[in-house]
Design a protein around this ligand. Structure first.
Ligand code: MV4
Length: 585
């Protein structure tokens, strides 16, 4: 087994990985960017090394710097977590060449699955069902039109070959939408993956997202750990995941488990991986394979009792899988809620800021994987996911109740999080019926009702010391001697709470800090689109502009109705947190 492992990540997943490393008696090495100097993942590690400035392309994504730290610290292996370099085949190869074990799949398997068209081709040859459509890239709109007329039929999904997770994904309901969808998917593929190639699939109307967790060792053993359902998504970002999937019965479970194993074998897979697919009317289709540990791996850990990260580390060290397929049993039901610092009532706008008081839920069968704490500053530079809340119970209904209880215990002051969204969604009839909840997640009116009460300002005041005073009071003529324990009176004798209601430091956030009617940017990024002009009348919730940040398109909407009196943005311009977008009166 390795003596020491570098964790090339930050936040909750870095801590998650370190926990397992500690249990295995392996030393931990953290890396960090300048603004993460005092982050929890850094303090937790045995050793920590600075990578560079905050932006990931100057820190967490710089291969040479990470390999330099690996040499300096003398680690035997690197765990990449998810995101950042986790699915970068060049990084996996660079690790091999530097003589450091990459805790993940072979670089060739990452490459094979990175190209979605190649992955579809490999799967078709391996007898894995794929969504009907093309496996060869489609070069032009005319060619697309021809294959659709020939074989697929409308509606269609146009997807970027370099894409995945919904990046570069467009839908054309009919022929007149084809041009725009084709262009959009191609443009996004070029922008994010330097590859404008697209392919075409039949568009399924309301499928479920069902994925299979697999484990493969270096000795030819491949097993699956059953499925997860991740149908509750918003713009391809998963929000809630569960295992087992409510729409999967034992027969289907066995069938899709075998599909997962076949898919992994077809690319010579090793390590933990996830085969994603769509389930509709009992048909299961391969979508893509994620060649990393996923955010939602925890629900599978809860229902199988297998530590997936521990298996990754053992497999990378050359050990044989300790489980055969028949050893793996699924028990009870687990649910995960992603705790993102986002405001669901404002189109899931990012809501970075400093966390005030912070208290995690606990009690039976509750797990919190978190990278945050009291006083932690959530930076707009990185992923908005700060923690995950996972619960287990005997079945879906009990698990839902337990999750609602745990969400109620979760206290995060100072920033807006998805907690109110999760509480509302898990209490809905749609969730109870096991539906995909797409109607709710896309319902602006329903979402607007989730506006959380303004969070108390973070640590603006020192709590004052309590004092005791004795009084005599009369109640209906009878005298009582009472002792009052509370805050001291102010020098002028005023009641303490009134004195403390002093105006608070204004916080710039999407909740409307600044001048009346002023809409300020909650994030730093590039203005992709401006939907209004000066003088445009807008209703509450109307789209004002789209800001791209962290490769995500964020819709900025009007906090209240009125007329756009001033406009501070233009298309293509850059924008910083707190900058004026518009004044709406
Ligand atoms: C699809 C689809 C319908 N037809 N592909 C791809 C990435 C993943 N995040 C969602 N993806 C979808 N791919 C075809 N051919 C619909 C979705 C989809 C979806 C699927 C299941 C549950 C929720 C979803 C929400 C949005 C899109």
């Amino acid at each position: 087994m390795f003596d020491k492992v570098l964790v090339a990540n930050r936040g909750e997943i870095a801590i998650r990985v370190m926990r397992t490393l500690e249990e295995l008696g392996i030393g931990t090495v953290a890396v960090y960017s300048e603004p993460d100097r005092d982050a929890p993942h850094v303090r937790r590690a045995d050793e920590a090394y600075l990578l560079g400035p905050g932006p990931a392309n100057q820190s967490y994504l710089v291969v040479e710097k990470i390999l330099e730290v690996a040499r300096q610290s003398g680690v035997a292996a690197i765990h990449p977590g998810y995101g950042f370099l986790a699915e970068n085949a060049a990084f996996a190869r660079a690790c091999d060449e530097a003589g450091v074990v990459f805790i993940g799949p072979p670089a060739d398997a990452i490459d094979a699955m990175g190209s979605k068209t190649r992955a579809r081709e490999i799967m078709r040859e391996a007898g894995v069902p794929i969504v009907p459509g093309t496996t060869d890239p489609v070069e032009t709109v005319e060619e697309a039109q021809a294959v659709i007329d020939d074989s697929i039929g409308y509606p269609v999904a146009i997807k970027a070959a370099g894409g995945g997770g919904g990046k570069g994904f467009r839908v054309a309901q009919s022929e007149d939408e084809l041009d725009k969808a084709f262009e959009g998917a191609s443009r996004e593929g070029e922008k994010f993956f330097s590859d404008p190639t697209v392919y075409i699939e039949r568009y399924l109307a309301d499928p479920r997202h069902v994925e299979v967790q697999v484990l493969a060792d270096a000795h030819g053993n491949v097993i699956h750990l059953f499925e997860r359902d991740c149908s509750v998504q918003r713009r391809h970002q998963k929000l809630i995941e569960e295992s087992p999937a409510p729409a999967v019965d034992p027969d289907l479970r066995e069938r899709i488990g075998k599909i997962g194993v076949d898919a992994a074998r077809a690319v010579g897979y090793r390590s933990a991986g996830t085969v994603e697919g769509l389930l509709q009317d009992g048909d299961y289709f391969f979508l893509e394979m994620n060649t990393r540990v996923q955010v939602e791996h925890c629900v599978t850990e809860m229902v199988t009792g297998i530590d997936i990260v521990r298996e990754q580390v053992k497999i990378a060290a050359g050990e044989e899988l300790a489980y055969r397929q028949a050893d793996v049993v699924i028990r009870g039901h687990a649910i995960e809620c992603r705790i993102n610092v986002e405001d669901a009532s404002k189109n899931f706008a990012p809501a970075p800021g400093r966390i005030g008081s912070y208290r995690e839920p606990t009690g039976p069968f509750v797990r919190v994987d978190s990278g945050a704490e009291e006083g932690y500053e959530v930076l707009p530079l990185y992923d908005p996911l700060i923690a995950k809340l996972i619960v287990w119970d005997v079945d879906r209904e009990a698990s839902t109740r337990r999750m609602l209880r745990a969400l109620g215990e979760y206290e995060i002051a100072g920033v807006k999080t998805l907690i109110p969204f999760h509480r509302a969604l898990l209490a809905s009839e749609q969730w109870a019926r096991g539906e995909t909840c797409r109607d709710l997640v896309e319902d602006k009116e329903w979402l607007a009702k989730l506006a959380p009460p303004p969070p108390p300002a973070a640590q603006d005041e020192e709590p004052s010391e309590k004092v005791e005073r004795e009084y005599a009071v009369e109640v209906s003529g009878r005298k009582f001697d009472v002792r009052v324990i509370g805050e001291p009176l102010t020098p002028d004798g005023a009641a303490p709470t009134a004195a403390r209601k002093a105006p608070r430091r204004e916080r710039k956030d999407s909740g409307g800090g600044g001048a009346p009617g002023e809409l300020v940017s909650p994030l730093q990024g590039t203005v992709l689109r401006v939907a209004v002009e000066q003088g445009t009348p807008v209703e509450q919730g109307a789209l004002i502009c789209v800001i791209e940040a962290m490769k995500m398109e964020n819709e900025i909407t009007a906090p209240s109705g009125g007329t756009v009196e001033e406009l501070g943005v233009s298309e293509g311009g850059s924008i910083s947190t707190g900058d004026r977008i518009a004044v709406i009166k």
